[in-house]
Design a protein around this ligand. Structure first.
Ligand code: NDP
Length: 419
């Protein structure tokens, strides 16, 4: 019996909202609030006849703390699910603290304006000290830990697939399969084909910023940074087949390095087709991925935002995308003094997702864990106060919920390793 405020109504939020409505005994009432209220109203009208969850909608600009506070005060939720963009993480956390409400999201904070001098100074110091240069990192949200603890509140960070489920897989491996973990390779494969020469599977601006950034991995207690897309491997994925994958910087490496300190190496690989890479390189070369505004005919335009307007809306890829995703983690380590290897992953079918919730598998594999993370907080399975990432909690009830609500795990005790 709970009341949940969901902020955002895009590709990922829409799946999470469908899934919440499948569990009305927990999600008794939800309010869908976003910048564009019409999208919330449309989804609410679609779902209302299919669920006993009571759905209301609201308009909110989550960049404005006072608007989020007013909405929380009016609605009185037990939890705020932030499924808007990473740009809104801090304002929504501030509002949750002001109102005494638990918080969760699916991606860590990054600023919308990377030219802001105040942010830039902190960022450049962090690049030097930490050794990686991605625009996003956990420091901004970890800085809220004491405030959430003192308020007796929980902030669950990054409950999507990666970050999210991948960290639960790590916690599960640590709890059940290994005494010590030596290496972790996170492998994110999208074997889906949408038929476009170039499109992104989730918010284009966030996606292209992530993919065009230098890659990095954790090795022997420090970051190793490499030029974007400069480490390539081929892997044969269960139910997908052979794919090229590239080493990327990814946010969960940062928290895993902290929470599984014995791991000597943690890497993240994502598959990309040649057409995607060629288009991205070309767009980058001509400046279309820039976040710095340019003046065009008297109007300020941010190139990457203009590009977003030209690209297909990720939400529209659902009916066209065929194939499967395969995302998981390969571990090496020791159990009872012996070397062992272990692979835990999920395979998800784009068309099956579309049939069930009207979205492709990328939104599905993020939206389902968002609902399952909320379920853990609302049913009292995860109660630690403060600001925490998924691997800090008991993985068992979360993975059981994922098995039940659409993302079942598969395992191999003799996987091919990545060199
Ligand atoms: P979309 O762009 O499809 O949706 C974003 C939603 O947030 C839209 O409804 C948008 O409203 C709303 N929004 C944006 N700015 C504001 C604001 N200031 N106030 C209120 N609402 C706002 O994004 P996705 O659904 O693809 O991604 C959602 C989140 O999921 C992102 O943070 C992304 O990084 C994360 N993600 C995480 C993954 C994981 O595995 N952990 C994988 C994929 C994504 P409007 O309609 O007006 O634009």
């Amino acid at each position: 019996m709970s009341k949940v405020l969901i902020i955002g109504c895009g590709g990922v939020a829409s799946v999470a909202i469908h899934k919440c409505c499948q569990v009305p005994e927990v999600f008794t009432e939800i309010c869908i609030a976003s910048r564009t209220k019409a999208k919330c109203d449309k989804l609410a009208a679609e779902l209302a006849p299919t669920t006993t969850t009571k759905i209301t909608t609201a308009q909110v600009d989550a960049d404005k703390v006072e608007e989020v506070i007013a909405l929380i005060k009016a609605y009185q939720p037990d939890l705020v699910m932030n499924i808007a963009l990473p740009y809104q993480d801090l304002t929504i956390m501030d509002a949750c603290l002001a109102c005494g409400v638990n918080y969760m999201d699916t991606a860590n904070y990054e600023p919308e304006n990377t030219d802001d001098p105040e942010w830039r100074a902190i960022y450049e110091k962090r690049c030097k000290e930490a050794g990686f240069s991605a625009y996003f990192d956990y420091s901004w949200q970890w800085a809220y830990a004491k405030k959430f603890e003192e308020a007796g509140l929980t902030a669950l960070l990054g409950s999507g697939f990666d970050p999210g489920v991948t960290q639960a897989y790590c916690a599960y491996a640590k709890k059940h399969e290994f005494d010590t973990i030596d290496t972790i390779d996170i492998l994110d494969c999208n074997g889906g084909d949408h038929g476009y020469a170039f499109a992104t599977n989730f918010n284009p601006e966030i996606n292209l910023r992530e993919v065009s950034a230098p890659g990095s991995y954790w090795e022997n207690g420090h970051w190793v940074e490499i030029p974007a897309m400069s480490i390539k491997r081929e892997y044969n994925f269960d139910q997908v087949g052979d794919k090229d994958m590239y080493l990327l910087h990814h946010e969960e490496i940062e928290s895993l390095a902290k929470n599984i300190p014995e791991a000597k190496r943690i890497r993240f690989f994502m598959t990309f087709g040649q057409s995607y890479l060629d288009h991205m390189r070309c767009l980058e070369d001509v400046g279309m991925l820039s976040t710095t505004p340019v003046n065009f005919n008297g109007q300020e335009i941010v190139p990457i935002q203009f590009l977003k307007a030209l690209l297909p809306d990720p939400a529209s890829l659902g009916p066209r995308t065929k194939g499967k995703t395969n995302i998981g983690c390969i571990f090496t380590g020791k159990k009872d003094g012996k070397d062992k290897t272990y692979y835990i992953y999920n395979v998800c079918d784009h068309q099956e997702c579309y049939k069930e919730v009207g979205s492709q598998a990328i939104s599905y594999t993020t939206g389902v864990p968002a609902m399952c993370g909320a379920l853990m907080l609302l049913t009292g399975k995860w109660t630690t106060k403060g600001v925490h990432t998924v691997e800090e909690f008991d993985p068992d009830p979360y993975l059981d919920a994922l098995d039940k609500y659409g993302l079942p795990r598969s395992e191999s005790h003799n996987p091919a390793l990545v060199d």
